[in-house]
Design a protein around this ligand. Structure first.
Ligand code: FAD
Length: 450
């Protein structure tokens, strides 16, 4: 597979023509919707289910807002409360574009108030304690909120302190970047990436062990930095090293195989297997890795730090978390119904859930309708019948203007949404989707329209 683009400036090929037809004026959102995992478009003539239930949604991110929008539409009379202290809403899939200079940080900042549906109460606090045995949560404002049904959608927590010497204030200094997980970090990372790609040097790109959100993001930052070095004419002035805690670069095996060839052979990126970032010494510009053969210290001019991630502490320390096993600490839901495995009046959606794959906005989009259908079933004393198949998607951007649209499920099978997009090839279409279309689809998801 070549990383030279031949389609950006070429004549309209049949694939491009079909894409343009499929995404013409009225089709853009539907097409983008297909990419992010749902083929259902909003229907305004659903009859609302009467209810006086008290429903608490914790988290007003991608999952929480989308849940609130759908439930407000599907239920008539229910008292729905959403709890989140944050006023700003971040379009996180845009952060890789901010950190690599394609977008300004302002483009990914929005306001939660624009998406909270009329009739839904917004408690501007954080939940600090879950008490599922008594159907209540406690906030940092000291309030106790009682519920009949609880939806946990708090996303995840980025554990900077799991790396000795690292703290968010260092991002943007001493060659340190981290695309996770807000526009300020991404903007400061862009300064570091620009400095590195303008001058060259030794660049280290890390990846935390365990589940992280958008597992493609560390790879995208690496490849987009490599591309910018080429564009700046500085590729020969730089060494790029990728550090992987395990022995695969991507969970989907075909993509793993592609990247294992692509990184060393076509991008001259040296992959270091079984390396986990343990400590960073910013003044000395040194990183310490745990490896199978003990510690290894590596000098750098630039480093992209990806800290370990977990469910937020209040979930991790609660009865709602998996006590052990591969998902220990994450929310214990059934991977198909999104219903809690021990508390049937609790559901979870988004990055917080302990399921084998799917910490993406694309997964959120596929999970939300399932969780809502199953919640409505439980409210009517029916069995939850809707099932999430593990759909996740990543426009794996390989360089500005090109990418691979990777869509797969729990069985790690590719599940492409478009027959004219080859999931095994770098193409211009995934870039156009990422750059131009998915943000609108994401906002429509927040409003429960797709
Ligand atoms: C760099 C980067 C690139 C990405 N790229 C892509 C991509 O290309 N495609 C894709 O599909 N996805 C991508 N994602 C992933 C996507 O953004 C997330 O999977 C998605 O936002 C998850 O939604 P969520 O609602 O679970 O969490 P979030 O959207 O993070 O929202 C969680 C909300 O919960 C709130 N909260 C947290 N704790 C509490 C508490 N105790 N009490 C109350 N509220 C609380 C937070 O304030 C926040 O508003 C990317 C993410 C990042 C960081």
């Amino acid at each position: 597979m070549s990383h030279r683009s031949d389609s950006r400036h070429g004549s309209i090929n049949p694939g491009r023509r079909r894409f343009l037809q499929a995404t013409g004026a009225t089709g853009v959102l539907a097409a983008a919707g297909a990419v992010t995992g749902s083929h259902m478009l909003y229907s305004s003539n659903v009859r609302a289910q009467p209810s006086n239930a008290r429903i608490v949604i914790v988290g007003a991110g991608a999952a929480g807002l989308s849940l609130a929008s759908r439930l407000a539409r599907e239920l008539d009379g229910a008292r729905i409360t959403i709890v989140d202290p944050r006023e700003e809403h971040y379009y996180q899939p845009g952060l890789t574009l901010v950190a690599t200079g394609a977008w300004d940080a302002e483009r990914v900042i929005d306001r939660n108030a624009r998406y909270i549906p009329r009739g839904v109460d917004w408690v501007r606090s954080a939940v600090v304690e879950y008490d599922p045995d008594n159907d209540r949560v406690v906030t940092d404002g000291g309030d106790t909120l009682e519920y009949d049904y609880l939806l946990v959608a708090t996303g995840l927590q980025v554990n900077f302190d799991a790396i000795e010497g690292m703290e968010p204030g260092l991002i943007g200094q001493e060659g340190i970047a981290c695309v996770y997980d807000n526009p300020d970090h991404a903007g400061r990372s862009w300064r570091m990436i620009r400095e590195f790609t303008d001058s060259g040097g030794i660049g280290l790109f890390t990846r935390a062990p365990g589940a992280i959100k958008c597992a493609g993001a560390p790879l995208k930052v690496t490849m987009l930095s490599e591309h910018r070095l080429r564009r700046q004419g500085n590729r020969n002035a730089a060494e790029l090293h990728y550090f992987q805690p395990g022995d695969s670069l991507f969970s989907q095996p075909d993509m793993d195989e592609f990247l294992k060839r692509h990184f060393p052979d076509e991008r001259d990126i040296n992959v270091n297997w079984q390396h986990q970032l343990k400590a960073i010494e910013p003044g000395a510009r040194q990183a310490v890795f745990s490896t199978d053969n003990g510690e290894r210290t590596v000098d750098y001019d630039f480093i992209h730090v990806v800290p370990p991630m977990s469910a937020p502490d209040p979930v991790r320390n609660s009865e709602l978390a998996w006590a052990d096993g591969p998902f220990a600490g994450w929310l214990e839901v059934d991977r198909h119904t999104m219903q809690h495995r021990r508390y049937p009046n609790v559901f979870g959606v988004g990055d917080v859930v302990g399921t084998p794959i799917g910490k993406t906005a694309a997964s959120v989009k596929a999970q939300v309708p399932v969780a809502v259908d199953n919640l409505l079933a439980v409210m009517q004393e029916r069995e939850p019948a809707a099932s999430y198949n593990g759909y996740t998607s990543c426009p794996l951007i390989t360089e500005q203007g090109r990418g691979i649209l990777v869509e797969f499920d729990y069985d790690l099978n590719m599940v492409p949404s478009f027959d004219f997009i080859d999931p095994y090839k770098e193409q211009w279409v995934p870039w156009v989707m990422k750059d131009r279309m998915l943000h609108a689809a994401y906002n429509a998801m927040l409003r429960g329209r797709i």
